[in-house]
Design a protein around this ligand. Structure first.
Ligand code: PSV
Ligand code: MN
Ligand code: MN
Length: 424
């Protein structure tokens, strides 16, 4: 199914008067209003192909209804999100969960929906049924060179798929680690990983990047070979300029100051991009902004400040992507909420008076510095986001539009209530 523009126009028309009132109220106090609107309109967040079906836990998976049954239907779902919010113009594939059979056709279908392909993700954290050697004891870090070679070859194959689709980055997340003290020689594991990543790096097309993702634990519970940003930084800088560190918000120990990590990675030109999600405990993969929206704002505050200091384009200089999948919400609704939450944090960060903040910092005026940040954070920027979306043909309220248009009901009619998406 495809959402026609005139359906969105009709719904917007009903909301327009109330929207104008709210927009004018907040807009009046924003000096650089048009700059904020332009930046918001240019901002897009990639949707992962694995988030379109209902996720699960190790205890069970409760399938939703009308789930996409194929890559084509996943593209259709992202097309729906993008038609509504005009901020989700790309899709990120996980191989082999979503192998593009006929790349030319898949690419053409995506572009019919106004979409392109973001980073491709390799998967050496599961054994596939036709695979010779097992990843039970890891992949790129494995003690056996033959297993490492198999994992390297898989990554090179993923690059080929991505190249055919027009992707420009390979995202590597490894489950490699150990469950018990003594199981691994940390140094050997790290050196093996570096050696394997070098082979993958050498296979990157000239205009590609490799994004190295870290995570402290799970599925291994004693050590993870790329466990934190220090380890990802060591690897990526040893590899070369095409390698950078990917920050997944759920991949930190409790209390970690993610905004500080982000600030320093950006300073060192080593920030590849983000996997957005939210969490209360760790890698919970909950809806972005559902638990700790202030942290998200503080991260964006560092991003905006750091990118501006280097003259980087906010929308295109790093990768913005959602990485979430859980088991109770309608995945499309969850993704719409997530993108809205990201845009809220981004626009609040754009509102921070950077000059005044710097002056407060130089004067050690702690109270005023906090006031400046919280003034921006406490501004209700939702009318700005609605206006930015409206100006480029999106819905004033994408979630409401999704429900009013009965999109899920239509998808159930087309796909059936028992359809199950492949993935996690
Ligand atoms: C691992 O927890 C992760 O965040 C990686 O990005 C994977 O590619 C993704 O989740 C999907 O399993
Ligand atoms: Mn991730
Ligand atoms: Mn994760």
């Amino acid at each position: 199914m495809k959402i026609e523009n005139n359906r969105i126009d009709e719904l917007n028309h009903l909301e327009l008067k109330a929207h104008r009132r709210k927009f004018d109220f907040v807009a009046e106090d924003i000096a650089a209003l048009e700059d904020v609107m332009t930046k918001l309109a240019a901002f897009n967040v990639a949707i992962p192909s694995w988030a379109l079906g209902t996720g699960g836990t190790r205890f069970g998976r409760f399938s939703g209804t009308g789930e996409p049954r194929s890559l084509e239907e996943k593209i259709e779902d992202v097309g729906i999100i993008h038609a509504l919010n005009k901020s989700s113009n790309s899709i990120s594939l996980h191989i082999p969960w979503d192998i593009p059979g006929d790349a030319a056709n898949i690419k053409a279908l995506a572009s019919e929906h106004g979409l392109h392909f973001d980073a491709v993700n390799s998967n050496t954290f599961q054994d596939q049924k036709d695979q010779n050697l097992s990843y039970k004891f890891g992949s790129l870090h494995h003690v056996d060179k033959a297993v490492r070679k198999q994992a390297v070859e898989h990554n090179i194959e993923v690059i080929k798929y991505g190249d055919e689709l027009g992707s420009k980055a390979l995202s590597v997340w490894l489950a490699d680690g150990s469950n018990f003290p003594g199981q691994l020689n940390f140094r050997h594991a790290f050196e093996n990983t570096l050696e394997s990543l070098r082979e993958i790096y050498d296979a990157l097309p000239a205009d590609w990047k490799v994004w190295v993702e870290y995570k402290p634990y799970e599925p291994n519970f004693y050590s993870t070979t790329i466990g934190d940003w220090g380890q990802a930084y060591l690897l990526s800088t040893a590899l070369g300029p095409k390698a950078q560190t990917l920050v997944d918000l759920g991949h930190h120990l409790q209390g970690a100051n993610i905004e500080q990590i982000v600030s320093l990675l950006l300073m060192k030109d080593n920030l590849a991009g983000f996997h957005f999600n939210d969490s209360k405990y760790s890698d919970d993969d909950l809806t972005v902004g559902s638990i700790n929206p202030y942290q998200l704002f503080l991260i964006f505050n560092e991003l905006v400040e750091g990118m501006d200091s280097k003259g980087m384009d906010h929308a295109t200089s790093i990768g913005w992507m959602i990485d979430a999948s859980h088991n109770i919400k309608d995945p499309i609704e969850d993704l719409i909420q997530s993108v809205q939450a990201i845009k809220i944090a981004y626009s609040q960060a754009l509102l921070v008076d950077k000059q005044a903040l710097l002056t407060a910092q130089l004067n050690n005026d702690v109270v005023h510095a906090q006031e400046i940040l919280q003034h921006a954070y406490r501004t209700d920027v939702r009318p700005l986001i609605a206006e930015a979306s409206f100006r480029i043909g999106g819905a004033l309220d994408p979630l409401k539009a999704y429900r009013s248009l009965g999109v899920r009901e239509n998808l159930i009619r087309e796909r059936g209530s028992r359809s199950v998406a492949r993935g996690l």
